[in-house]
Design a protein around this ligand. Structure first.
Ligand code: NAD
Length: 253
């Protein structure tokens, strides 16, 4: 599809078995990129690294908690030592919680913000100097339709606020780094069939959740990964500060 030969990508939260991050990591590798797979879950990371290597590109697996400055530093250093460059960062790691505002504690709020928003900021800040030196970079945030329509899908208001923050962060960053050959964009998926909701929903609930989606179903992770590959490519050099909806029509703007 798009030539990503010898590009080096870091994908956060890519160790989840049915997750969007894993699928993105595999899709980038399929297009020729070497991929650094990061997650809290090291066993999951190792499996993805093996799958990537089978595609004939190189891969490095790292335990990286994106809320830890130390882990981030180690990740960026290890990536640079191994590959000598960083071209693509996919900010995919994220958590959610289905809770009403009145039941949300300050600790809940902080936890969601720390991972989804502050973690995104911290790892982006850490890779930027390398991209600026290269005069090339692709930063892609995995936000959510919840950040645009104000939830109503699964997560609470804190999740929506964190995902809206990711959108604004990418736009503001795009203004700062455009002249250095770096783009910053977001994708905003609607419901995707993964384990992020902890398999909590029953068949009936799933039917209810998809009833109002014009496409009549959840997305599969591959449908998110395809757009990420496009945004990661040279062909997308003039797209920046944009967010691309992948939601089956559940939100149109
Ligand atoms: N599944 C959906 O319906 C949906 C919709 C819109 C947006 N998203 C977003 O897509 C992204 C991926 O979600 P998913 O559905 O694949 O979920 P998932 O739970 O399958 O994967 C998320 C991964 O992030 C990792 N993670 C969590 N906290 C982390 C941290 N502090 N540091 C590093 N890694 C961490 C988890 O270990 C997990 O492997 C998330 O940002 C999510 O908000 C998902």
């Amino acid at each position: 599809m798009f030539n990503l030969n010898n590009r080096v990508a870091i994908v956060t939260g890519a160790g989840s078995k049915r997750g969007i991050g894993r699928t993105i990591a595999l899709a980038l590798a399929e297009q020729g990129a070497h991929v650094v797979v990061c997650d809290l879950n090291l066993a999951g990371v190792s499996e993805v690294v093996e799958e990537i290597k089978e595609k004939g590109v190189r891969s490095l697996g790292l335990k990286c908690n994106i809320t830890s400055e130390e882990d981030i530093k180690k990740t960026v250093t290890a990536t640079f030592n191994e590959f000598g460059r960083i071209d693509i960062l996919v900010n995919n790691a994220g958590i959610t919680q289905p809770v009403k505002v009145l039941d949300t504690t300050p600790e809940d709020w902080t936890r969601i913000m720390e991972v989804n928003l502050k973690g995104t900021f911290m790892i982006t800040k850490a890779v930027l100097p390398v991209m600026i030196k290269e005069k090339y970079g692709r930063i892609i945030n995995i936000s959510s339709v919840s950040g645009k329509r104000g939830g109503g899908v699964f997560g609470g208001a804190h999740y929506s606020a964190s995902k809206a923050g990711m959108l604004a962060f990418a736009k503001a960053l795009a203004r700062e780094v455009g002249r250095q050959g770096i783009t910053a964009n977001s994708v905003t998926p609607g419901l995707v069939a993964t384990d992020i909701r902890g398999g909590l929903e029953s068949k009936e609930e799933q039917q209810k959740m998809t009833a109002d989606i014009p496409c009549g179903r959840m997305a599969i992770p591959e449908e998110i990964a395809a757009t990420v590959c496009f945004l990661a490519s040279e062909e997308a050099a003039y797209i920046t500060g944009e967010d691309i909806d992948i939601n089956g029509g559940s939100h149109m703007d």
